[in-house]
Design a protein around this ligand. Structure first.
Ligand code: XMP
Length: 510
């Protein structure tokens, strides 16, 4: 595997992804928590950073145990840090260099830059620049504005080579970035490129068997991709010693509880469906504040889960579908961030139940989870499902929750989602949903005046939900959804489309 030392750059996760696209496993660690090198670690990458190496609060990794031991690639801050560490000079550049540039001069088209032609487009984003490279190094490439765009250790200067680049190969605008990473990871570091979904399944099933032994495991399914793939992996590993719960909190989509239960049974999972709708509605009664709703739902979930789990004997582990972006202990540059929304729905569960945790997807990105799901033979309809929030429709009904409002929203939402599928738009959208607004407005139906509620349609494109763009759905499509909802859902006489991006809006309305 490749170890990526994180200095807090916004691109660190992207480096890990690009390397995994080469079928090589990569792992991010904070710059000051580097594990001892063992046989599995074939190369080390130093990421970029929002800091400057010239600042007092600059981050100082300990390079001594790494240099010469494994091939090292420093990117941006990483490159500047290496320069400074070995006695080169780093200075503020006259202008901040940001955007596309070209490697006009390539002095060595071998090693790191093998196969790259002069003029290759790269992406720059830095405020400092390397003025002089240290003695043990030589210049590899320059752009018009940045003389030291790439440099590397002279042959034999250290044991393993050290390469440094000022640009970002992980960003798509670096057109040959993938070639460069391939050169480093496969050709220079000798990684085998065998980390495929099939390989992941095989390794994970074996390690789950070892971890769990003869014990029993309990898992809460949500109907989403992550918990379902986690369940399938465990099922392969330990068969019927995996027990699954699927709780109907009364906040799922129309018919979702039954449909999903059937598809889980079809996959051979041992699932108990639990109808806890009334309990959730009681806990939510009268609550209007979004965070208060989330808390009430999280607490009720834990109570129901815990109570049902007591019916089972000898459970030792609780399995969760946690994925890599939830886990990465990134170097936080701005200190603890303010809570915008508390997404971690059931964080308190394991402690309360006194169970050990097993998280088979802890190191996967979402797209990798989907590939593993396909490898396991799971149906496309499940794998390609849009993300759906834990608190479900409760955060799409603005204001207080009643079973009547849930039923109203479910009807409108089902029309919208079915039409997205029919029109072939479902897979182009990252997430879609319907929001019930606490607004009544006047309309006219036949000769009657109506005074009914409004719904908003939301559809976004995104890669990870951190940022999102509203989907430019065709007007004809929106027209047909609108008339279908207004004509078929009694109680709704107005439909609007949400055209806000995140940021500054968020995907959900609460
Ligand atoms: P926002 O609204 O923060 O949503 O832009 C980003 C993504 O997170 C989902 N989301 C949640 N998921 N519990 C969840 O499990 C929550 O409380 C929660 N709130 C938002 C949202 O659906 C979107 O995919």
């Amino acid at each position: 595997k490749v170890l990526i030392l994180d200095f807090g750059s916004q691109y660190t996760q992207l480096i890990a992804r690009r390397i995994r696209e080469l079928n090589v496993y990569s792992e991010i660690v904070p710059y000051n928590k580097v594990p001892a090198l063992d046989d599995t670690i074939k190369a080390v990458i130093l990421s970029g950073s929002p800091f400057s190496v010239r600042e007092e609060r600059a981050l100082h990794p300990d390079l001594a145990p790494l240099i010469g031991q494994r091939p090292v690639l420093g990117i941006c801050y990483g490159a500047q840090y290496v320069a400074q560490h070995f006695g080169g000079t780093v200075a503020r550049s006259d202008s901040r260099e940001y955007g596309k540039a070209h490697l006009d001069k390539i002095y060595r088209s071998e090693g790191l830059l093998a196969g790259m032609a002069p003029g290759s487009q790269v992406w720059m984003s830095h405020g400092d620049t390397i003025k002089e490279i240290p003695d043990q190094f030589e210049l590899l490439a320059s752009t018009a504005d940045v003389e030291v765009a790439a440099y590397g250790s002279k042959p034999g200067a250290f044991g393993a080579p050290v390469y440094c680049i000022q640009f970002h190969p992980e960003v798509y605008h670096s057109l040959e970035g993938k070639q460069l990473l391939h050169n480093f990871v496969i050709d220079i570091a000798g990684c085998s490129g065998s980390w495929t979904p099939a390989h992941f399944v095989e390794e994970t099933v074996a390690s789950l068997r070892e971890q769990v032994g003869e014990d029993r495991v309990l898992l809460g399914l949500s109907g989403g991709v992550d918990s379902s793939v986690a369940a399938m992996l465990l099922h392969q590993a330990i068969g019927d010693r995996l027990f699954c719960f699927f709780i109907d909190n009364g906040l799922l989509r129309h018919n979702e509880f039954n449909e999903v239960l059937v598809s889980y049974a079809g996959m051979g999972l041992n699932v108990t469906g639990i109808d806890a709708r009334q309990e959730f509605y009681s806990a939510l009664a009268g609550l209007t504040d979004p965070e208060a709703k989330r808390k009430a739902i999280g607490k009720t979930f834990i109570d129901v889960f815990d109570r049902e789990a007591r019916q089972l004997t000898n459970i030792k582990y609780l399995a969760q579908g946690t994925i890599y972006p939830d886990v990465i202990e990134s170097v936080s540059v701005h200190g603890p961030s303010v809570t915008i929304k508390s997404h971690h729905n059931v964080g308190g569960l394991p402690a309360k139940m006194g169970l050990k945790i097993v998280e088979p997807l802890r190191f996967l990105f979402k797209d990798e989870v989907r590939r593993v799901g396909t490898e396991l033979g799971m149906p496309d309809r499940l794998i390609k499902r849009h993300p759906f929030p834990g608190p479900g429709l409760a955060i799409r009904i603005l204001g207080d929750i009643t079973p009547e409002k849930v039923a109203l929203l479910q009807k409108a939402d089902a029309i919208y989602i079915d039409k997205l599928r029919e029109a072939g738009l479902y897979d182009q959208v990252w997430q879609a949903g319907t929001i019930l607004l606490p607004v009544q407005s006047v309309g006219v139906m036949g000769d009657e005046r109506t005074y009914e509620q409004a719904v908003a349609l939301r559809a976004v494109t995104s890669t990870d939900g951190m940022t999102a763009e509203w989907s430019h759905l065709p007007y004809d499509f929106l027209a047909s959804v609108s008339s279908s909802i207004i004509n078929n859902v009694k109680g709704i006489n107005r439909v609007v489309y949400d055209i806000s991006t995140k940021p500054p809006a968020t995907i959900e309305w609460e």
